[in-house]
Design a protein around this ligand. Structure first.
Ligand SMILES: Cc1cc2nc3c(=O)[nH]c(=O)nc-3n(C[C@H](O)[C@H](O)[C@H](O)COP(=O)(O)O)c2cc1C
Length: 397
């Protein structure tokens, strides 16, 4: 436990005084920081468990866990599911705190992976890269919390309306992802490239307004801000706007516990601001990546030879795209940066060292605490130690 000189408090104790715990239904998260799911094989059991052990919410990315060289159309779905289940079970041996999974709507085996997650009693499913309008249809319990990712108030409104009408269910929380995020982005190229067009803070405020109309005394929908959140100051900023927490991904790549190759982490450490570029991805959305020779080849339109043994993305037409994103990300995750690339958020160039998840949490919490205090917010956000998770465990025993 990290102790402060003189005070005797751990940073977690202090966090509980300065921030509200994040509650997603009856899942209590001590520190309102969710580590965003990162595929392919960037956030698996090592990172997710380390984040949850620090009191945040660790997230396993489900995409690309089953694909190896010998995956075929006939065994792809079962390989994916089996590896996903194995990763969930391994994570459970590494933490007794809540953790979640990220499942992209764009996956052809989306429904099967959602089913696997609920069979494994995962606490939280976070789902984006498309609108997860049918997600509740694949879930037969209220234990697993469902958290869509949106990029606009319109998307938040649509999901709340459809889920309420068709499934008498509302999201247990909503992640609002702004245009500075890593991974695939729910914005047009123009909106991403012109930084004066769309701002996370504005979308956050609009989504908070949308959500209010669906909330009732017994049903709160926490809104979580994501995309470009880099330090405690950023956390304090979105919390002061009304966010109940943050989802951060880029910052977690350069941690010892992050499951990806050293080559991937080194690409982050070496990146300058100019190296961070937007590509058009076979997922059908723009993606933010660190430029390298491979990226230059695909941007030039060169065809990188590949065979599509299994169709992993609903949105990808292998006859039309000039590279396979699953191959590229799998290569990068294994350290072959000449055959792939690292995905990242717009602030990746600001990272200059690899730290432990514990150190990162200590820095973020201290920074957020100081910034909230400067904003005169510390007394407004007093939260008691969260007992929800213990109660939840008791209920299920
Ligand atoms: C390397 C990387 C991989 C990602 N993979 C996924 C993914 O598989 N599914 C998803 O919904 N989001 C993915 N994201 C988005 C993150 O979960 C997160 O919402 C976003 O990156 C937050 O912005 P930040 O990176 O600036 O903190 C990825 C982001 C990164 C950096």
């Amino acid at each position: 436990m990290t102790r402060d000189h003189g005070t005797g408090y751990s940073y977690k104790d202090k966090m509980n005084r300065e921030f509200k715990n994040l509650e997603i239904g009856d899942v209590g998260i001590e520190i309102p920081i969710i580590q965003g799911g990162m595929g392919v094989r960037v956030s698996t059991s090592g990172l997710a468990s380390a984040v949850s052990n620090e009191g945040g919410l660790g997230i396993i990315a489900s995409v690309g866990l089953g694909e190896e060289k010998d995956a075929t159309a006939s065994n792809y779905a079962s390989r994916s599911r089996n590896s996903f289940v194995k990763t969930i079970r391994k994570t459970r041996t590494m933490t007794d705190k809540p953790f979640g999974v990220n499942i992209m709507c764009a996956l052809t085996n989306y429904q099967d992976l959602v089913d696997a997650a609920q069979q494994e009693s995962v606490d939280v499913i976070i789902s984006g890269a498309g609108l997860p309008l049918k997600l509740p249809a694949y879930i037969n319990n209220r234990r697993t919390k469902l958290v869509p990712i949106v990029s606009s108030p319109r998307a938040a409104q649509l999901i709340c309306n459809v889920w309420k009408k068709r499934f008498t269910r509302l999201p247990d929380a909503i992640v609002v992802e702004g245009p500075l995020a890593g991974g695939h982005l729910g914005y047009s190229l123009e909106d991403i490239k012109d930084s004066s067009r769309v701002f996370l803070d504005n979308i956050l405020k609009e989504v908070l307004t949308v959500v209010q109309d669906f909330e009732s005394p017994g049903c709160r929908i926490p809104v979580i801000a994501a995309g470009g959140i880099f330090d405690g100051e950023d956390i304090a900023r979105v919390i002061s706007l009304g966010a109940s927490g943050v989802q951060m991904a880029t910052r977690f790549v350069c941690t010892h516990e992050c499951d990806v190759s050293d080559g991937y982490k080194k690409a982050y450490l070496a990146a300058t601001k100019e190296d961070i570029v937007i590509i058009q991805s076979p997922v059908g959305m723009p993606g933010r990546v660190i430029n390298n020779e491979f990226v230059e080849r695909i941007v030039r339109g060169e065809r990188i030879d590949f065979g599509c043994e299994y169709k992993c993305l609903v949105t990808c037409d292998s006859r039309k795209v000039n590279y396979c994103i699953a191959n590229a990300l799998f290569s990068a995750a294994s350290g072959h940066m000449d055959k792939g690339f690292a995905m990242c958020g717009s602030n990746a160039y600001r990272i200059n060292k690899i730290v432990s998840v514990k150190e990162l949490f200590a820095e973020l919490v201290e920074g957020a605490r100081t910034s909230l205090k400067n904003r005169g917010m510390s007394d407004l956000r007093v939260g008691e130690k969260n007992n929800k998770t213990e109660e939840r465990k008791g209920k299920n025993e």
